[in-house]
Design a protein around this ligand. Structure first.
Ligand code: SF4
Ligand code: SF4
Length: 340
């Protein structure tokens, strides 16, 4: 088993402990206290952080040294048996998201779009934006990064290589494709940051959806009818694994005339949608997050609430709509600007 790529000497020399000091869900009196807790984790000892963590992935982004603090934390949670969710919930999820053996070999063409465990969203792949696209989806190619929310690094190590093998052997190898567009941040984060940290080989080139869309908007520039509307972006936790793509979203918004409202809970301060604590059966916490998110969107007078994460959208869409905002995926917002 590969150990998580991580250098404890970098943490020992760290003066700011940004990973914990910036955490929006756990408070520390000062840097010294945060450092003490981080050192406990690095030494494989119990820390209150292991119990209080919301599993929002944000410390992965906060660490300026790319020292994988969240992956290390999850590793220890599992080792010490400190599961963030009740055990029956974890057992049920493990069964639900397991490989089903339902794939059939099929030729695919470029652009190949991986919809991961969201086959119900394949209707989003339409029009000129995705001209000629092949779509793959289902739990047999599920990226499995969600186990970070359930203290199950062992499942990631077991299932991610199998998902990669399924993608290659059922679709990409025979078709001679090297590139795969990831519809969801989770897949892109898995096949880039997570794979690197866990020592998992990735034989294809993952393309982030934002990079794909941004390139297509250049090709389709003459078809864009700017929306000229204020949007509130609900940044998903998995974008913390590929924060460099957030600037690409700014380019997309600019091209389609979507004005990204400077809401309090965006970019590095993005707040969890509430879906994960709901899955952990921490309902009061989840209710509070939903309320804070929606109030913040209303404060900036947004017309659209834009998601890239289908799970965030499933969590918030109804309540957002009831409060007068239009919930929409980035991809569908772009389609609207293209008149499709
Ligand atoms: S994980 Fe990063 S931010 Fe946290 S103590 Fe280590 S080096 Fe510093
Ligand atoms: S994953 Fe989120 S809640 Fe957990 S320690 Fe990191 S920043 Fe805090």
């Amino acid at each position: 088993m590969n150990a998580i790529v991580f250098d404890p000497t970098v943490c020992a020399a760290c003066k700011t402990v940004d990973c914990l000091m910036n955490c929006q869900y756990i408070s520390f009196g000062d840097v010294a206290e945060a450092k003490k807790e981080k050192q406990k984790i690095n030494a494989g000892k119990e820390s209150r952080v292991l119990h209080e963590c919301l599993t929002c992935y944000a410390c992965q982004e906060y660490c300026p040294n790319h020292n994988n603090p969240f992956f290390v934390l999850v590793e220890l949670q599992e080792k010490l048996g400190l599961l963030p969710a009740p055990r029956p919930v974890v057992a049920e999820q493990l069964k639900m998201m397991a490989f089903k053996g339902r794939l059939a070999r099929a030729p695919v063409a470029s652009p190949l779009i991986n919809m991961c465990a969201f086959p119900m969203l394949t209707g989003s792949i339409r029009g000129r934006l995705y001209e000629g696209a092949s779509v793959i989806a289902g739990t047999d190619i599920f990226c499995n990064v969600m186990w970070l929310h359930f203290a199950k690094n062992s499942v990631i190590r077991e299932r991610v290589p199998k998902a990669i093998d399924n993608i290659m052997s059922f679709f990409m190898k025979d078709s001679g494709l090297t590139d795969m567009v990831c519809f969801h941040d989770e897949c892109y984060g898995t096949y880039t940051t997570l794979a690197k940290a866990y020592g998992i080989d990735v034989p294809f080139r993952p393309i982030h959806l934002f990079d794909y869309i941004n390139g297509r908007l250049d090709d389709l520039a003459d078809r864009i009818k700017p929306l000229n509307q204020v949007v509130a972006y609900q940044r998903g936790c998995s974008n913390r694994l590929c924060p460099e793509t957030d600037a690409v979203l700014d380019e997309i918004f600019e091209k389609i005339g979507a004005i990204r409202a400077p809401r309090k809970y965006d970019r590095e301060n993005a707040l969890c949608c509430g879906g994960v604590p709901r899955a952990h059966q921490r309902d009061e916490f989840a209710d509070d997050l939903v309320e804070r998110n929606i109030s913040d969107m209303l404060d900036v007078k947004a017309v659209y609430c834009v998601f890239n994460c289908p799970f965030c959208m499933a969590t918030l869409a109804q309540e957002v709509a009831e409060r007068g905002l239009m919930p929409i995926l980035v991809s569908d917002l772009v389609q609207a600007a293209l008149g499709e």
